[in-house]
Design a protein around this ligand. Structure first.
Ligand SMILES: Nc1ncnc2c1ncn2[C@@H]1O[C@H](COP(=O)(O)OP(=O)(O)O)[C@@H](O)[C@H]1O
Ligand SMILES: [Mg+2]
Length: 381
């Protein structure tokens, strides 16, 4: 097992710069999830780590050794792709054994390793089948098995569940989580799925156009996004953004007037912000409540109601036309055409300046992230 360190890694294809200097510190055994819009450089970063492409500048350090020029086969890394990339004419057993055979391991050791991995992944009854005789989920398990038998220091996963249907995704996601616990492996995992990122990651790295936008535990990113980009990326449905300007500043409060004339208070660090400054207010759909009487209020016309069973997403339009989503009760009786009053706490309001930077929210003790070693929860004590 190994620590992985990226020191200002850059990648260019000819004149096109794709990665602009990525710094990351990944601890042994950590599960790190990379998220970001399509084309932001996630797969490129994995390929550089795996050694499938050359690093343009910067250092890749695995276990305190610079490995920029180390042969891919000797980096102790195994990669699992979205497309599975199995050999179609080989049985499951042969697909899983192939890498070990090439490496010259003896037959018995190979059989033992393959059977053990197959058991972990519950595909031990499928070893004689060909890939085309398997479901998508089973194929992906074979691809994961092929990685496991190599006993790598680091697993790289590039959107491994994207080709699976919803139910299998959930099941395989849970299995990958367990696998991480059982193997204690270092995992770097690319996904665009919110739930995968939030549930699997010890740490999430949000990438934006070839740069790291923010890196932290899932709840840290959810509660304290440092930029509007991260705020909009983490959370589903995404955070509502409403334009306004600063009306008054106090020590730990801003009063902001929104475009539709509504005044809201935000519990943020107000140092260095002037009255009159244009800002964007951010409030998550789940922090807006129908029928509660919290200090913050937004009102609008209901344009669309989506009943999902356990929740209802209510789309309302403020007086100035801004669309706002409210996460309502599962059995909400709100209807299209209604006037809706949604209320919220000033503590749940995010504020961004025109450069997209967040004004730091005041941290409440109950919200200090769970990975803060100074905090012991009741169950641990
Ligand atoms: N071999 C290549 N030559 C030129 N440009 C490439 C190559 N591979 C990737 N790119 C470009 O690099 C950018 C990042 O791609 P990629 O890492 O695949 O993004 P992601 O996985 O985040 O969707 C894209 O703009 C893509 O077009
Ligand atoms: Mg990709």
């Amino acid at each position: 097992m190994a620590d992985v360190k990226l020191n200002h890694i850059k990648k260019s294809y000819g004149k096109v710069d794709v990665l602009h200097g990525i710094d990351l510190d990944i601890k042994h055994g950590e599960f790190v999830v990379l998220v970001g819009a399509s084309g932001c450089g996630k797969s490129t970063l994995l390929r550089l780590i795996a050694g499938l492409e050359e690093i343009t500048a910067g250092e890749l350090v695995i276990d305190n050794k610079i490995v920029n020029h180390l042969d891919p086969a000797r980096r102790g890394i195994a990669m699992v792709f979205q497309s599975y990339a199995l050999y179609p004419h080989m049985s499951v057993f042969k697909n899983m054994a192939f890498g070990l055979k090439i490496a010259g391991q003896n037959k018995r050791a190979v059989r033992e390793k393959v059977e053990q991995a197959a058991k972990i992944l519950q595909i031990d009854h499928l070893l004689d089948r060909l890939p085309r005789e398997l479901s998508g989920g089973q194929r992906q398990r074979v691809a994961i098995g092929r990685a496991i038998v190599r006993d790598p220091n680091v697993f790289l996963f590039d959107e491994p569940l994207s080709n699976l249907d919803a139910a299998l995704r959930v099941q395989t996601r849970v299995e990958i989580g367990k696998l991480h616990k059982d193997l204690g492996a270092t995992i770097i995992y690319v996904t665009h799925d919110q739930v995968e990122a939030m549930t699997l990651g010890d740490k999430i790295v949000v990438m934006n156009a070839g740069r790291v936008e923010q890196c932290g535990s899932p709840l840290e990113l959810y509660r304290y996004p440092q930029t509007k980009f991260v705020a909009g990326f983490i959370g589903s449905p995404k955070m509502n953004f409403i334009e306004g300007h600063v009306d008054k500043t106090a020590t730990e409060y801003l009063t902001i007037t929104l475009e539709d004339g509504t005044q809201v208070q935000a519990h943020v660090d107000t140092s260095g912000i002037q009255e009159g400054t244009k800002v964007t207010v951010g409030i998550r759909p789940e922090h807006l409540f129908e029928g509660r009487n919290l200090p913050g209020q937004l009102s609008g016309d209901v344009k669309l109601v989506e009943h999902l069973g356990e929740v209802t997403y209510i789309y309302m339009s403020l007086a100035d036309g801004t669309e706002v989503v409210v996460r309502g009760e599962g059995e909400s009786e709100v209807e299209v055409g209604d006037k809706l009053q949604a209320s919220f706490a000033p503590e749940s309001v995010h504020v961004f300046n025109m450069d997209g930077k967040a004004l730091p929210r005041i941290r409440r003790s109950a919200e200090i992230p769970a990975d803060n070693p100074a905090i012991v929860t009741a169950s641990q004590a």
